[in-house]
Design a protein around this ligand. Structure first.
Ligand code: RUB
Length: 307
């Protein structure tokens, strides 16, 4: 349980972050927990796995990759403890392998849409979006990137550092400069924390303003998302919860300690409606947002009836 707690803490404090990495870390945690779990009966085994699953899922509420990963990794059908343990280890490993392969495939599929000379705007720090950008660059396309700072946690700094490692020229801008620079942009590429059955995107706060500005300037808006970022619950109308993080990420409490009429809000994600999204690059191909339901139903790995 100590290792599970450690992983949960790293997810909560964002030492492990980004919807894909969170999902993989949770699958690893479930796998290692199952491997070492001492249970006298199947009931004990099931309830311990259930408890650990719920605990991991509670660490961050928005990234649907987390419950999807936990659900896919912790599946077993056997009524025997040893066999069930082996099933979980196998399913978790399959999930982790698929997640790595999905990132590569998204890079290959998405990079075909990038032209030589493209200026790409990205937001926050998405490994899926970066996979497209770095693959295109490795394919010999001379591209450059405008990266938003992504306040308050400034994940944009991770993005410019990552791209700099490949020798890709980047320009760092503050979030509020997105519309100002949209005229210089050819394509916007962002990642996803969740995609709803109606094709709406949930991603880092501010994503929807990139989408709006791209729409206004008639620039292509591309989302990079593994199939495990699609939200099964939205088929039956379950809302995706937007994580509200601590106010001290936005402003040092000491600075506003003397103000009694001020509240500070810090939503971590926002919604971008499907109508502003031109395409979603997934590991099974490029789809229009209207096909999100089909991805959930046919490719996510479990029956819709199970939701
Ligand atoms: C990260 C974020 C990323 C998505 C996709 O938010 O919004 O765009 O998670 O990332 P946070 P990836 O920093 O709050 O976790 O493509 O790496 O899964």
């Amino acid at each position: 349980m100590d290792k599970v707690k450690e992983t949960a803490k790293k997810i909560r404090t964002m030492e492990i972050r980004g919807a894909g990495r969170i999902a993989k870390a949770a699958a690893e945690a479930i796998r290692d927990y199952a491997a070492g779990l001492e249970a006298a009966s199947m009931e004990e085994f099931s309830s311990s796995i259930q408890e650990v699953s719920s605990f991991l899922i509670s660490t961050r509420p928005t990234a649907v990759s987390l419950p999807n990963a936990v659900k896919l990794a912790s599946r077993y059908s056997s009524g025997n403890v040893e066999e069930a343990r082996q099933e979980i280890i196998k399913n978790a490993n399959i999930f982790i392998e698929r997640a790595d392969r999905a990132l590569e495939k998204i890079g290959q599929i998405g990079s075909r849409r990038i032209q030589d000379g493209d200026v790409i705007m990205t937001h926050c720090n998405s490994h899926a979006a970066l996979s497209i950008i770095t693959t295109a660059f490795k394919d010999g396309k001379k591209i450059s990137v405008i990266a938003t700072e992504s306040r308050p946690r400034r994940q944009g700094l991770l993005t410019i550092r990552h791209l700099n490692g490949f020798g890709i020229p980047t320009t760092l801008i503050v979030d509020s400069a997105v519309r100002y620079y949209m005229k210089d942009v050819d394509k916007v590429i962002v990642g996803a924390d969740a995609i709803a059955a109606n094709g709406a995107l949930v991603n880092k706060i501010g994503t929807s303003q990139l989408a709006l500005a791209a729409h206004e300037a008639r620039k292509s808006f591309m989302v990079a998302a593994e199939t495990f970022k699609f939200s099964p619950g939205t088929i039956v109308g379950n809302p995706i919860e937007i994580e509200e993080r601590a106010a001290d990420e936005v402003v040092d409490p000491a600075i506003i300690a003397d103000l009694s009429h001020v509240q500070v809000k810090n939503p971590a994600f926002d919604f971008t409606p499907a109508e502003y999204i031109d395409m979603i690059v997934t590991d099974i191909g490029i789809i229009p947002p209207a096909m999100a339901y089909t991805v959930i139903k046919d490719h996510l790995g479990w029956e819709v009836e199970e939701i």
